[in-house]
Design a protein around this ligand. Structure first.
Ligand SMILES: Nc1ncnc2c1ncn2[C@@H]1O[C@H](COP(=O)(O)OP(=O)(O)OP(=O)(O)O)[C@@H](O)[C@H]1O
Ligand SMILES: [Mg+2]
Length: 435
């Protein structure tokens, strides 16, 4: 029976044959499971993070003897292994049986938390032994705080509260809740709380109240971005587990690592590239993963990221981007801000939106530039003063339809039959020139 993994069947294969093969989950490339290349997988070892593992363990180790460790802040750019390192140290500490009674870890991903209330409620409820203990919604914040303290004291011992993506918590709900947590030991009776914050915004403590900052910052550890050779080692480890022997062509891992180093040394990006390259190879019914698959994977990933980014823009910014793309597509060369503004106004009116003032639109132009979607250069217009000329840095053929999917912009949608391959080179990585 042929084997396809999750690839589409070769032409001429019956659906029944394909589904049978799929059910058996056989793949010529992947061994058991492709989970090994996913973010959720916790690897057995973390190459090039020995120093950081050791530092985190040194800060937290006093908890094993019943002492209270210092609070700790971990900083580093995305995909530098912060969460992975903390998870591993947590497992190592918990494995020491003696610690189990003296030490409790609570991990909260602040990315999923909207308010101070839900943070305290979540923390408290991890200690609830039954439904009657649980903190419901709808109480006053003071009541939630005292219920959380009571639940912590019932457990007692050292509680290490890991606040992952702590910067997002502060951005959403300010630092009051961190103030509460950072001084809670004065009110606890049998328990002691240690805060371990993880942030990929290196400057996030600048926005904190000075007292909160100094309490959180008792110890801090900075994770450097990975360099390409380090990323290669990380990928090699995973590839050995994920793939059958000999299916990864020479140069594949090196290329994934090189691309990911350019993306600020992000191990998550490196792993995603390798996984997607393998999936591209499966789709091609190839017996090996080649460098070409990596290039295709990189283009696919970039498109996905760009499109995701466009979808999350505020409404007027979306209309502005659409106006820029439309003008740029028409001219196939840089467009001046005056023309862009006129086009934006026309589109906004068509959509029934009162157009924003030119000043606000100018701020949005800067925002789109900082997101890397466009480039704006100042051009001198002789006696007419200076203006900005905008170049587009995204594939028009992908981005315009993605924006048109938004219900706000749907009325601007163009007939699908119109060829939209104009100006894109994302599918032709060898080509250069404006997208
Ligand atoms: N040294 C390493 N060895 C093996 N895998 C690693 C290593 N560092 C990171 N990874 C893997 O890379 C991915 C990203 O790592 P992790 O989630 O720890 O990054 P992070 O610094 O927490 O990123 P973010 O700031 O975006 O949350 C995970 O799948 C993780 O297992
Ligand atoms: Mg993380």
């Amino acid at each position: 029976m042929p084997t396809y993994g999750t690839a589409s069947p070769p032409p001429g294969t019956s659906t029944a044959e394909f589904l049978d093969a799929f059910l058996q989950n056989k793949s010529e490339l992947f061994r058991e499971s492709r989970e090994v290349l996913r973010d959720s997988y916790v690897p057995a070892r973390l190459p090039h993070r020995d120093g950081e593992l050791r530092q985190v363990a040194e800060v937290l180790a006093p908890a094993l003897r019943g002492d209270v460790p210092s609070n700790l802040l971990i900083y580093g750019k995305i995909g530098t292994g912060k969460t992975a390192v903390v998870t591993q140290v947590r497992q190592d500490l918990q494995r020491r049986a003696e610690a189990a009674s003296k030490l409790t870890f609570v991990t909260v991903n602040c990315g999923n938390i909207d308010t101070a209330y839900s943070l305290l409620q979540n923390i408290g409820n991890t200690f609830a032994k039954n439904d009657a203990d649980r903190i419901p919604t709808g109480w006053s914040l003071d009541r939630v705080q005292s219920a959380m303290r009571r639940l912590m004291d019932t457990k007692g011992g050292t509680i290490i509260l890991v606040l992952d993506e702590i910067d997002r918590l502060v951005a959403r709900s300010g630092d009051n809740v961190l103030y509460t947590l950072s001084q809670i030991n004065t009110e606890l009776e049998t328990a002691r709380l240690v805060l371990l914050g993880i942030s990929n915004d290196l400057k996030f403590t600048n926005h904190l109240d000075a007292r909160v900052r100094s309490r959180l910052n008792e110890e801090k550890i900075l994770f450097d971005p990975y360099k390409a050779p380090q990323l290669q080692d990380i990928l090699q480890d995973r590839a050995r587990v994920a793939f059958h022997e000999g299916v990864v062509d020479p140069g594949v891992i090196e290329l994934c690592a090189a691309y990911a180093q350019l993306e600020s040394g992000d191990a998550r990006r490196a792993l995603a590239l390798l996984r997607l390259a393998a999936e591209m190879a499966e789709r091609d019914h190839a017996k090996r993963i080649t460098r070409d698959h990596v290039v295709k994977a990189k283009n696919r990933l970039e498109k996905d990221i760009i499109i995701e980014c466009c979808r999350s823009l505020p409404p007027h910014c979306k209309v502005l981007l659409y106006a820029i793309l439309q003008s740029y597509e028409r001219r196939r060369t840089g467009v001046l801000t005056g023309e862009v503004y006129d086009n934006y106004k026309r589109l906004a009116e068509r959509l029934g939106l009162p157009p924003l003032h030119a000043r606000s639109i100018s701020n949005y132009v800067s925002e789109l530039e900082s997101l890397g979607l466009i480039r704006a250069t100042i051009v001198s217009r002789g006696r007419g003063g200076r203006t900005r000329e905008i170049q587009v840095d995204v594939p028009i053929s992908e981005t315009m339809p993605a924006l048109e999917e938004d219900s706000l912009l749907a009325p601007l949608g163009r007939p699908k039959s119109r060829g939209q391959t104009l100006l894109t080179n994302f599918d032709n990585p060898g080509r250069t020139g404006p997208y």
